[in-house]
Design a protein around this ligand. Structure first.
Ligand code: GDP
Ligand code: IMO
Ligand code: MG
Length: 430
């Protein structure tokens, strides 16, 4: 029995929330280790829908400890309103159920504003961010001028930190034609929100070490997906953190040996929200149908997700860079009723066949997919909870995805509902 890391293997929204919620029945602690409230994880439990952005998906299970690690960027106001929203749905959230790293960096209003200023620039490279200030907050963290959770408990130090931060930001804001921010006002705003965060704050690394020594099972919940990873994704159309499993250790304060099994959540087709290359994107009625059947609208921004065929080249790459041991294949049911299905197994670039996604922006935009075609199925996979319920063609499709990606399917999901899952291999048993 070991710990499990759940990560997305595509461009996010693979169904991580549903799988983490389902797997959390086997875990004691659920830990977020990167990203922020750009994530949108939807869980459906007995017909009730929960939409989580910053809170770990284990929170709805009551008896589990939910942890927000140092690698996460936290908007205190967004945290406060999400806690209220989820409490209003009847979920208990107290310091006994939620622990927030005292060394996590904060997202401030200036970060969201800067994110929007950049995205609104008519002549710039638009990333299509969630405008939550994620990129600017991580920039400040790396530049060593971020305000961290622990700073909220130290008023005189906080004033110094805010002055130092605004020394940089006000020059930038004025240069971009925006008003400077008043240091005293921002400090006061932070002091006002501080108790909402500090009541949950503590040394996450220490808590996880104790949990580990007590042989508690830890489930790490990734946000976004491998192709949005700052190093391994479709740069610059990525998020500003490492989204792959390796980050689970650094973003929580545990050593890499604590990561025993990596489960790559993988949609049975592909979606992407925001700008950037997407070789298998469909602009026809099949793409539209996938979007409608899959309800492919962003949880955070409500934007329509772009849809396309399964890209086995990209998922294979994600499996390698992320050290994925097994796939949790989700949304197979969305493919029900399609006459045929396509799987991308290579690309053409400048007349040559390649089996890897190239690095440069121009080449990434220029590749065209090479497809294999498979028959679809007329029966239903929706809500199936055993292999025996799957049409033969659906089983063949799953088997082909395993071959093409080089990774076994450990879990299969067939509807948004918590229990509509086929377990092939228990990730906690390795
Ligand atoms: P995440 O960001 O990876 O947690 O994924 P999202 O929650 O943003 O998007 C996945 C959506 O698909 C959610 O609305 C889920 O309720 C839904 N979902 C998850 N698994 C399945 C599945 O197997 N079938 C169907 N039809 N929907 C699913
Ligand atoms: P979950 O956890 C899908 C995308 C944005 C944009 C890019 C950068 O729900 O899978 P950012 O605001 O992070 O600077 O935006 O990343 N993006 C996501 N796409 N799912 C997500 O999270 C995402 N989080 C960010 O759309 O293209
Ligand atoms: Mg999502």
């Amino acid at each position: 029995m070991g710990n499990v890391v759940v990560v997305g293997s595509q461009w996010g929204d693979e169904g991580k929330g549903k799988i983490v919620d389902w797997l959390s029945s086997r875990a004691d602690v659920v830990v977020r280790f990167q990203g922020g409230h750009n994530a949108g994880h939807t869980l459906v439990v007995d017909g009730t829908t929960y939409k989580l952005s910053l809170l770990p998906s284990g929170i709805v299970r009551g008896s589990k400890m939910s942890v927000i690690g140092n690698g996460v960027v936290i908007d205190p106001w967004a945290l406060k309103s999400e806690i209220k929203r989820i409490r209003d749905q009847g979920v208990h959230i107290g310091p006994d159920a939620l622990l927030i790293s005292d060394t996590a960096s904060l997202i401030l209003p200036i970060h969201g504003e800067l994110d929007a200023i950049r995205e609104n620039r008519a002549d710039g490279v638009k990333i299509g961010t969630t405008r939550r200030g994620i990129g600017p907050a991580y920039e400040d963290k790396v530049a060593r001028r971020a305000i961290r959770v622990c700073d909220l408990a130290d008023e005189s130090h906080l004033r110094e930190r805010v002055d130092n931060l605004l020394h940089h930001h006000n020059a930038l804001r004025i240069g971009l034609g925006h008003d400077a921010v008043d240091a005293a006002q921002l400090t006061q705003k932070l002091l006002d929100i501080a108790p909402s965060v500090l009541q949950f704050a503590g040394p996450v690394w220490h808590h996880l070490d104790e949990a580990s020594r007590a042989e508690k099972k830890i489930l790490f919940e990734g946000a976004q997906g491998a192709m949005l990873d700052i190093d391994h994704g479709t740069y610059p159309f990525v998020t500003s953190s490492n989204t792959i499993a390796g980050q689970a250790a650094a973003g929580s304060g545990m050593g890499p040996r604590a990561l025993n099994y990596v489960l790559g959540i993988t949609k049975a087709y592909t979606t992407r929200v925001g700008e950037g290359p997407f070789p298998t994107e469909l602009h026809d009625e099949i793409g539209q149908r996938l979007g409608e059947r899959g309800h492919e609208f962003g949880t955070v921004t409500g934007r329509q997700r772009r849809c396309g065929w399964f890209d086995a080249v990209m998922v294979r790459q994600a499996i390698i860079t992320g050290g994925i041991d097994g796939i949790a294949l989700t949304k197979l049911d969305v493919l029900d009723g399609l006459a045929e299905l396509k799987i991308c197994t290579g690309y053409k670039l400048n007349g040559k066949i390649i089996r890897r996604f190239p690095a440069g922006m121009s080449n990434q935009a220029a590749v065209t997919p090479i497809y294999e075609t498979m028959p679809g199925w007329s029966g239903s996979t929706q809500g199936a909870r055993s292999w025996a319920e799957l049409p033969a063609e659906a089983v063949k499709y799953v088997r082909r995805l395993e071959e093409a990606t080089g990774c076994p399917v450990a879990v299969l999901s067939t509807s948004p509902e918590r229990e509509d899952v086929i377990l092939i291999r228990d990730p906690f048993k390795g």
